[in-house]
Write a protein of this length. Structure first.
Length: 234
């Protein structure tokens, strides 16, 4: 049975390579059209936390002391728990350069594919030309705009129903730990952007249905955290 399965897989692979060569322009258009659709879909996702404010309560372990080093620090701002027992914040979109970059690459790739083969449903006739090599390379390079688009869409989708909580943070490694509504512990290690060296807490956005799907405020690629100034020690 195993040799037969290997033969079937090999035959399917050969057919896929053959179709890939013949319909490279069509594949290029499909991949980049998918990237554009994901960018648009992420833009249309209603994210309340992007424009609103929420209060996230936290409690320090032990008694409060005048020493600021024992106070929570988030995004480079020391939070004074004596001023306000909750932390108010909202999210703002970052500069749209990655999305503009991905959209420009996708539109350029689609335009090139249509110029090379106007009839996408017909096999590409010039497999030995330099133009085909460029098409071949563009198909693989499409992973760049597609990867950006997928990351954007998944981050926006997480924000729709995300539950927000406080997590402990190691600013050196980006490791964070948090507890969900049921008290179960979760965590992760991701430092996408430079973290302020004094930070010892972070906000964690997690899916209530699957807390393993989570992101810390230091690993958001397309949103930035803005803290309400009421609780910040000046």
């Amino acid at each position: 049975m195993r040799p037969a399965l290997i033969a079937i897989v090999g035959l399917a692979g050969l057919i896929s390579v053959f179709l890939f060569e013949l319909y490279a322009p069509l594949l290029l258009v499909l991949l980049n059209s998918l990237a554009l659709c994901l960018i648009l879909a992420g833009t249309l996702v209603p994210v309340q936390s992007r424009t609103g404010r929420m209060a996230v309560h936290f409690r320090l372990d032990g008694s409060l002391t005048p020493d600021e080093s024992s106070w929570p620090c988030l995004a480079g701002a020391t939070v004074n728990p004596e001023l306000q027992p909750s932390l108010e914040f909202h999210l703002e979109p970052r500069a749209p350069f990655p999305l503009v970059f991905a959209g420009t690459l996708s539109l350029s790739a689609i335009a090139f594919a249509l110029r090379a083969q106007p009839d996408l449903l017909s096999p590409y006739p010039r497999l030995d030309s330099g133009e085909f090599l460029v098409l071949f390379a563009c198909v693989f390079l499409s992973v760049i705009p597609l990867g950006i688009a997928v990351s954007w869409f998944l981050e926006r989708l997480l924000m729709v129903r995300a539950v927000v909580t406080i997590g402990s943070l190691d600013p050196n490694s980006g490791a964070y730990n948090f507890a969900d509504r049921n008290g179960a512990g979760y965590g992760g290690t991701r430092k996408l952007l430079p973290i302020h060296p004094a930070d010892n807490i972070c906000l964690v956005f997690y899916s209530p249905a699957n807390p393993e799907r989570n992101k810390s405020s230091s690993s958001l690629a397309f949103h930035q955290l803005v803290i309400h100034p009421a609780a910040i020690e000046r």
